[in-house]
Design a protein around this ligand. Structure first.
Ligand code: C5P
Length: 300
């Protein structure tokens, strides 16, 4: 048999970052939203184990890592160990989520692998177990399972859905050169040596989501990592200005960057903003959120 599992990219509507913990990770107060840009993993029965990859036409294949320590390999090893199974299967990744872009593309692949292999192997892992395995794979992997709009705490791995009554229109501008997440966090530590132990709750943003009000949400978007990302990549500040001048309500860096996301008032406004940004940027995507977490879309 084979199964295709679709997993969404995430953006951060809010990213509050505290002082590093003893384990080196940063305590986060994050509001994630899953948006309609996806990686699809097709997993089929096989005697051995293989993973291959195709990428969206606009992506540079050479920038997409597929080494032995690929997060899909790690997801398979972890799930197999949990059930005492051998790692088998033929996995094909069709990648649309920008790589090293701050949109958790690797985490989406890991979540899709957990869901797909669980079905392929007939392992019947409980939701709680799957979330626990996801948390071992990376801070953003549990959210890729859950999707929607959710509050992330701990190092980002403890996720809880939040009330969201909007249909939000986003313009996304990835960058051809990715950024290293650890490097952006290290720069954040240098810039903000007095960060709090627990970043505060974004009350205004949660209220805007509940009300479904794009102007209020635009005003409340916030990313503590943005000053560090802009310091390392000054071109992103110009991109944010350009998107706002082109009609977006607000633009911010998402996650550790370099992808910038622009909230727009409507579908038409998003298309108009994207059309203007395309004059100066090769890749400009229009999408909506919130969408579902990793879910099967086809069986063969
Ligand atoms: O958990 P994940 O593997 O996605 O994290 C990648 C890197 O990002 C970590 O090694 C760490 O440098 C940084 N990070 C962090 N604090 C977090 C999440 C990630 O410092 N809460």
């Amino acid at each position: 048999m084979s199964i295709t599992v679709r997993a969404p990219a995430k953006i951060n509507l809010h990213l509050g970052v505290g002082a590093p913990r003893e384990d080196g990770f940063h305590p986060l107060t994050s509001v994630y939203q899953a948006v309609g840009v996806y990686d699809d993993l097709t997993l089929a029965d096989a005697d051995g184990w293989s993973v291959d990859l195709t990428v969206a036409g606009w992506m540079d294949r050479d920038h997409v890592p597929l080494a032995g320590d690929n997060i899909v390999d790690r997801a398979a090893a972890l799930l197999a160990a949990r059930h005492g199974l051998a790692v088998t299967g033929e996995v094909h990744i069709a990648k649309e989520i920008p790589v090293a872009g701050g949109m958790a593309g690797g985490s989406a692949d890991a979540a899709a692998a957990l869901v797909g292999l669980d079905r392929l192997w007939g392992a019947n892992t409980s939701d709680d177990d799957l979330l626990a395995l996801a948390a071992q794979l990376g801070s953003d992997v549990p959210f890729a399972l859950v999707g929607g709009t959710a509050l992330g705490t701990g190092r980002g791995e403890i996720v809880e859905p939040v009330p969201d009554h909007g249909t939000w229109w986003w313009v996304l501008v990835p960058s051809t050169n990715g950024m290293s997440t650890p490097e952006v966090y290290r720069h954040y530590d240098r810039l903000f040596p007095d960060a709090p132990a627990v970043p505060p709750m974004p009350e205004a943003l949660l209220a805007a989501l509940d009300a479904g009000d794009p102007h209020a949400l635009a005003a409340a978007l916030h990313n503590d990592l943005q000053p560090a990302a802009l310091d390392l990549r000054p071109d992103l500040a110009r991109l944010i200005d350009a998107g706002e001048a082109a009609g977006a309500l607000r633009g911010v860096v998402t996650g550790s960057g370099p992808t910038c996301v622009f909230l727009c008032e409507s579908a038409d406004a998003a298309r108009a903003t994207a059309a203007e940004l395309r004059a100066s940027h090769d890749v400009v995507l229009v999408t909506t959120g919130a969408v579902a977490g990793a879910h099967p879309v086809a069986y063969g």
